[in-house]
Ligand binder design. Structure first.
Ligand code: ADP
Length: 765
């Protein structure tokens, strides 16, 4: 493999190791005492090298695990191997190697022959460490090393510039060191499909700027020095000058309006595209991604961040170009007219500029504080309204009042602070800005009296100066807008760039209609690295048969079916359907052949009919009704206010648990999959509803390969074969009769279940 760090390469060469012999390397980031310090580990076929850094912990990394910037890296390069304590171990001497999981870290322990800890690492490196142990085990047993284990992920798990661990393993994007300009160019690329609009906008912007910039000249020099004085091009033509002013003002207005309309339309389209991109990117991601993020956070990304970008595209980007053009244009005109007056007019503006830069961040912070405090106050109001029953039941009205009072005082304080500052600074800025005009009036007036410049020129100057204030104020605000836009786009691109854990191969195998033979062989799986939930699970379900999976809660039953439907990928072993590994199967074939009826049924906002037809939107009404009848759902649907058109889901009619479940059975019947997964499908229902559902399920199961996880063992009476799971392993398997013939795990479960049933009958009687 390629060693990316020259320092590590030097270190290895000094030990007589050649780069080509290295199979695997990793840098653990903790010492065995828990300090942040590097331990470098390299593996060849016969040896393992362990190099521990000899620096003092605080010299190398800060307490957050971020290494100090580049400086420390360059030091490394020059200092070479003398700063490492090095030891080598022969693979043949290692009896075993394993990882001990700690709260947010892990320890690598080697038994050779005495057990000792060789390094420790934070959780971000867990999967790499797991690979290291797997490789050593395979080397010891002289097994073939697959490419997945040896794959080179690139330079590092952390940013080489700031040392921050990348938020996502395998994707080298550091949120802190990300180049903002690259981000911006990428954002601009969203405007590509709207080339004509962009071109039109630029032309209109130019026209609008030119027509605006001409006016001060007309109302100053042209009117006073030429028309009224009877000299020059406009001599005596007052009417013409006024007419031209009107014409240019109208033109500038028309160009401005047109520009606004096209710009708003384009920005809305770009944001529309952005939202679609984020949403599509999210659909592509694996289940794991959604379980790690909060729903609210993701919704914010689609809505709030894209709204932030809309503001940027409409109010910032194009106006930025207009304003830059205006500032440059006006400054050039002023300089051409009179450079001394120009300098005079820019003098107070520079003070304004610096003052604004100093005060604005403070105002910005104060406004954020006010915003936070008003949110806190709002949540107290909403709490006490929604929780009014509890407040009243415990007689806590006075406590709530106190709580509100505190929040109110806080909010009012920060609002006053904000108002005081903004109430002082803005009049001062206004005064300073107008002082530029005063200077021109005073100095320019003096120059007019001395006959150095004309009155018209002075007026032109004053008018141009007022024209400059808007763009300059705009430029002052741009810093805040820019940073908010960059944060929003970074969050959006993070989703777009996220790697799905479950990837579809390029040359997938399509099986339009499967037979339904399932083989699970030696499957090991954990949601987190090195925490196996399933441990060497092997089972087989023949086409058309029903397998019942039983076991205590947390045994790994749902995990097993999640793997069969490839919501996650196995860590070791393989799952095949009709002899093809699910990793090689086209996702479309897999989804169309597998149906899941689970205990938590999600009802989408829409009508009952739409919900049943979710997987087959093109099916006919008759098909829907037919499926509902088989699912024993037709009767209750008929009784609903609008029958099959009754709206359900958020804000719609509330269905009971049993009704939802029958809806999902009808959904599965329409979907007509070859493989059916029933995950605790009849849990927590009353007996009558359960009977109805059981009956519907019996009809559904016919002719399909079924894997049923059931809490109520009675629902598994039709199963051809049963497996009992415990702590991620299959502890017993066989038919109901064979399992009941010996007092094992299944036997105990059935007995306990019967007792519980009897108890509940006694209680309900
Ligand atoms: P069962 O279906 O038998 O009740 P599960 O397969 O749901 O068990 O869960 C097995 C174990 O996996 C449990 O310890 C559970 O906490 C864990 N687990 C389930 N889902 C996740 C997840 N998304 N992330 C991390 N751990 C999980």
């Amino acid at each position: 493999m390629t060693i990316h760090s020259t320092e590590k390469l030097n270190l290895l060469q000094q030990q007589g190791w050649a780069e080509k012999d290295i199979l695997f390397e990793m840098t653990c980031d903790l010492t065995t005492e828990g300090h942040f310090l590097d331990t470098y580990i390299a593996l060849s076929r016969h040896e393992m090298l362990i190099a521990t850094s000899l620096k003092s912990p605080d010299q190398e990394k800060t307490f957050k695990g971020y290494s100090l910037p580049v400086k420390s890296h360059t030091q490394h390069n020059t200092q070479g191997a003398e700063h490492w304590s090095i030891q080598t171990l022969k693979i043949s001497d290692i009896e075993s190697v394993f990882i001990v999981n700690l709260v947010a870290s892990g320890m690598l322990v080697v038994k050779a022959p005495k057990e000792r800890m060789i390094a420790a690492f934070t959780n971000g490196l867990m999967s790499k460490a797991s690979r290291l142990t797997a490789i050593i085990k395979k080397l010891k047993q002289q097994e073939e090393l697959d490419s997945e284990l040896l794959k080179d992920e690139g330079v590092n798990a952390s940013c080489p510039k700031c040392g921050r661990i990348y938020p996502e393993e395998g994707r080298e994007v550091c949120p802190k060191c990300m180049k903002k300009s690259a981000l911006f160019i990428r954002l601009l690329s969203f405007a590509k499909p709207y080339k004509t609009s962009v071109l039109l906008i630029i032309v209109l912007m130019l026209l609008s700027s030119v027509t605006t910039i001409v006016i001060p000249y007309l109302t100053g020099t042209a009117l006073f020095d030429q028309a009224l004085q009877g000299e020059g091009y406009f001599a005596g033509q007052v009417g013409l000058v006024i007419l031209l002013v009107i014409v240019f003002r109208t033109l500038s207005l028309i160009f401005g309006v047109l520009f606004g309309i096209i710009n708003a339309r384009m920005a809305a389209n770009i944001v529309f595209d952005l939202k679609s991109v984020i949403f599509t990117a999210m659909q592509r991601l694996s289940l794991n991604f959604f379980q790690r993020k909060q729903t609210g956070q993701l919704m914010t990304r689609v809505n709030y961040d894209s709204a932030e970008l809309q503001i940027f595209f409409i109010d910032v980007l194009s106006y930025f170009v207009v304003n830059v053009m205006n500032i440059i244009g006006i400054t050039v005109i002023l300089l051409v007219l009179d450079w001394k007056l120009t300098l005079l007019c820019f003098l107070p503006l520079t003070i304004v500029f610096f003052l604004v830069r100093k005060v604005l961040p403070k105002l910005w912070r104060l406004s954020w504080r006010t915003h936070r405090r008003v949110s806190a106050m709002n949540s107290i109001i909403s709490d006490s309204i929604r929780g009014v029953r509890v407040v009243k039941a415990f007689g806590m009205e006075h406590k709530e009042m106190e709580r509100f009072q505190r929040a109110n005082v806080n909010f009012s304080g920060s609002e006053q602070h904000y108002n005081r500052l903004s109430g002082t600074i803005f009049p001062v800025l206004n005064l300073l800005t107008h002082m530029g005009g005063m200077f021109i009036w005073a100095f320019g007036g003096w120059m007019v009296l001395r006959g150095e410049i004309s009155f018209g020129l002075m007026l032109t100057f004053v008018n141009y100066m007022y024209l400059l204030y808007g763009p300059i104020e705009f430029m002052n605000n741009i810093v805040g807008w820019w940073s908010r836009c960059m944060t929003a786009s970074q969050r959006i691109f993070e989703i777009q760039d996220a790697n799905p854990d479950v990837k579809e191969k390029e040359d997938t195998i399509r099986i339009p209609v499967m037979k339904g033979d399932i083989q699970v062989s030696n499957v090991v799986f954990g949601y987190e690295p090195n925490k196996s939930i399933l441990k060497k699970v092997t089972l087989q379900v023949k086409a058309g048969q029903m397998l019942g999976v039983v076991g205590h809660s947390g045994a790994g039953k749902s995990t097993l079916v999640n793997l069969i439907s490839r919501l996650y990928d196995v860590n070791e072993g393989a799952i095949t359907i009709d002899g093809v590994n699910v990793k090689d199967l086209a996702a479309e074939s897999l989804r169309s052949n597998i149906g899941i009826v689970s205990q938590d049924v999600y009802v989408f906002s829409g009508s009952i009919a739409e919900n049943i037809a979710y997987a087959n939107p093109d099916c006919s009404v008759m098909d829907i009704i037919h499926a509902a009848k088989i699912a024993n759902a037709h009767d209750f649907i008929e009784k609903l206010p609008d029958g099959y058109d009754t709206l359900v889901g958020t804000g719609g009619y509330n269905l009971s648990g049993g009704e939802k479940q029958r809806l999902s059975i009808a959904r599965a019947i329409l979907h007509n999959p070859k493989i059916l997964i029933l995950d605790e499908a009849t849990a927590s229902l009353d007996t009558e509803t359960e009977l109805q559902i059981q009956e519907a399920l019996d009809k559904l199961i016919k002719g399909r390969t079924t894997i049923a996880i059931a809490h109520r063992l009675s629902t598994l009476r039709n199963a051809d074969y049963l497996v009992v799971m415990d702590q991620g392993k299959i502890v017993e398997e066989g038919t109901h009769e064979s399992l009941m013939s010996t007092p094992g795990a299944y036997y105990t479960l059935v007995k306990k279940h019967d007792e519980a049933l009897k108890m509940s009958e006694v209680i309900s009687a």
